[in-house]
Design a protein around this ligand. Sequence first.
Ligand SMILES: CC(C)(COP(=O)(O)OP(=O)(O)OC[C@H]1O[C@@H](n2cnc3c(N)ncnc32)[C@H](O)[C@@H]1OP(=O)(O)O)[C@@H](O)C(=O)NCCC(=O)NCCS
Length: 435
Amino acid sequence: MVFPDARDVPVDPLSEQRLSGSGLDYRIVDLADPAAARAFVRAETRGFLDQEPDDESVRATVDMMAARRNVGVYAATAGSAVDALPVATVDSWVTPMTVPGGGHVPMWAISAVTVAGTHRRRGIARSLLEGELRAAVGAGIPVAGLTATEATIYGRYGFGPAAPVARVEVDARRAGGIAPEPTGVVEYVDREQLPEALSQVHERAREQRAGQIPGWPLRWMRLAGTAPGEEKGRAVRGAQYRDADGVVRGVLVYALEILDAEFGADLVIRHVVADAPEALRALWAFAVNHDLIRTVRADLQPVDDPLPWLVADQRAVRTTVHDHGWLRILDVPSALGARSYRAPLDLVIRVSDPLGFAEGSWRVRIGQDGAAVIEPTADAADIALDVAALSSLYLGGVSATTLRAAGRITATADSAASFDDAFGSASAPTLSIWY
Ligand SMILES: CC(C)(COP(=O)(O)OP(=O)(O)OC[C@H]1O[C@@H](n2cnc3c(N)ncnc32)[C@H](O)[C@@H]1OP(=O)(O)O)[C@@H](O)C(=O)NCCC(=O)NCCS
């Protein structure tokens, strides 16, 4: 599948006009201009409360951003100074997202949403987000996605949490140990080799669960502690699982937090990825069975991870589920038509969308083969919901029965159950990285 390049999409004229009415200049940033690129990175870093980036970090971030459409908002008082920091930033790119059934949908990924402390609560974020969504629609992209630092910001633009994840904490002493895998080996990996190993295994593993997207080199370097500016990078260690044929099937990146008073340590997992169940089991065994460890902690795990079933005492595993991957459906027939389904279905959904993109009544017909055809209809609706709820349901990360119980959708119990039979999937959707 060839995806459009977000960098070819001009800024949204409506947001441009709105922001210019407030004396703000909304434009695509030319990263080829070093001063403008550096100012953009500094503004983004400041927005996320990070410390001032050094030159090497700026260079690494600019290299990564070169693959993205970077939009800045500039105060008129800054004149045309190229090194003026934008008062707001956003970047985006088009990426494949795995959908249930193993196919992909093109997704408009949105990142780097920041508004300067001096310019908050004036509607700038709204112009940025709506501008991104209109740009995505203009480029023919059916779904937008993001990860959110705060869970209360994006519902108003039609995003819904779609790929929940689990934060896990294992009481290693209570867990009772995990049986080592009879085949394959776990071996240490030097930090410098981790980014490549993570990238390779992730590229295969991301096909196995809905909600996953490809990573990029700087993402893996940051996890491995090898990116410029990673102050605690030297604390990072890595291990990998090689199967009986010698192929690397799983990678674990972790750091030990020493507990002086306990003569022990906590093992904090920065990332774990595996494309085979035995690889995942072997890496969990390595972490949980590690000597002198009090707890093993990890975030961004699938909500149906086998970990509680690997240990002798399930009460040793504390799991906190939280939102992570957020989606926003922009084109109902294309988005729903891109995934496959587990059961036939024939019903009408009525979708409300304040921004208009997904608005309408749609007949969803799913055949025995699991393929869907979605057409506009004037027939009465079986399920009425807003676009954020539909986006949350899209990957099967929550059921219609649950949203009905929460009063988030209107449907009979039978319609919700039929919807769930079709939309559910064998593995929970997930998203193992931040973007
Ligand atoms: C969050 C942030 C982008 C909001 O920018 P902003 O320009 O002040 O937002 P706007 O003025 O456009 O407000 C848009 C809406 O979001 C609401 N809102 C703004 N910040 C919010 C927050 N932190 N939590 C909840 N709602 C928020 C506003 O009340 C407004 O609601 P309304 O349109 O329903 O009236 C900005 O505060 C910021 O940069 N924060 C730090 C970086 C960050 O958290 N980025 C998000 C990355 S996922």
